[in-house]
Design a protein around this ligand. Structure first.
Ligand SMILES: C[S@@+](CC[C@H](N)C(=O)[O-])C[C@H]1O[C@@H](n2cnc3c(N)ncnc32)[C@H](O)[C@@H]1O
Length: 248
């Protein structure tokens, strides 16, 4: 069977205001979708495979790109807090979606979470260590992207991957898998009670998703050394991970 071609279209949720009731409902749907996709387990399994210095004297510096309301990372934080008791967490998104209650819940775990409201393309364009966006371009121990990279293609996606490689020691992306099975499942998401925005975006996300070594092909291999892994994860996801093995 011929593989699905990669097609990227703007998603409906991205065109809605933060407080639009359809957007708020769709973000709630997304939390349920994550449970079905097993996203939190996929991410924690991948992260546990690395020996990140989580209990060292310095807090671990973690950045999530396209963090949304921060609720997925909060679930992950609850799983990882025993191993990583002190984390400086940046939650980058172009919308201001992280509420004070979410920040308090991070604080209870010992994690200092800071929402960074900016377009990721401005983060890419910012000179490393520039003041723009606080210290978001400083070196991170870990950068995570979940259901985010599939919004981009071509030169923008390549530059995003290059900026991430320059600014972190570990990178983990978990994206929609572009497969016929995932596409069929995305058409059935209405049975979960998902609204029209979520139903439409689920299908668009699979068409814009990844397969094979599509993300690894964009990771800059020549600078420093990197151990990379890429492939299917769970029933519907596609993961790419990279860990620095040499000096930057
Ligand atoms: C599908 S949501 C994923 C949210 C979260 N990572 C999760 O998995 O629950 C994608 C997020 O990316 C954000 N986003 C899309 N394009 C962006 C851009 N150019 N810069 C920063 N954030 C962006 C959206 O605002 C949205 O919150």
């Amino acid at each position: 069977m011929t593989p699905l071609p990669r097609v990227v279209h703007a998603e409906t949720l991205d065109g809605l205001a933060e407080q639009d009731p359809r957007a708020m409902r769709s973000r709630r749907d997304l939390r349920r979708v994550h449970r079905i996709m097993g996203t939190c387990s996929i991410l924690s399994r991948n992260l546990r495979a690395w020996s990140l210095p989580g209990a060292g004297p310095q807090p671990l510096r973690v950045l999530e790109l396209g963090a949304g309301d921060g609720s997925l990372m909060l679930r992950l934080a609850r799983v990882l807090a025993a191993r990583w008791p002190r984390v400086e967490l940046g939650l980058l998104d172009r919308q201001a979606l992280v509420g004070p209650d979410t920040l308090r819940q991070y604080a209870r775990l010992g994690w200092t979470a800071t929402p960074l409201r900016m377009d990721v393309l401005d983060w890419v364009a910012a000179a490393p260590a520039a003041a723009q966006g606080g210290d978001s371009t400083r070196r991170w121990d870990l950068i995570v992207a979940n259901l985010f990279l599939h919004h981009f293609q071509g030169r923008q996606l390549g530059e995003l991957m290059r900026a991430a490689a320059e600014r972190c020691d570990h990178f983990l992306a978990c994206e929609p898998r572009r497969s016929r099975f995932a596409l069929a499942a995305s058409h059935l998401i209405g049975v979960l009670g998902a609204n029209a925005v979520t139903r439409e975006d689920a299908v668009l996300s699979v068409h814009a998703g990844f397969r094979d070594r599509e993300l690894g092909a964009l990771w800059p291999a020549g600078e420093g050394g990197w151990a990379t892994r890429e492939g299917p994860a769970g029933a519907f996801s596609h993961c790419f991970s990279a860990a620095r093995t040499g000096a930057a």
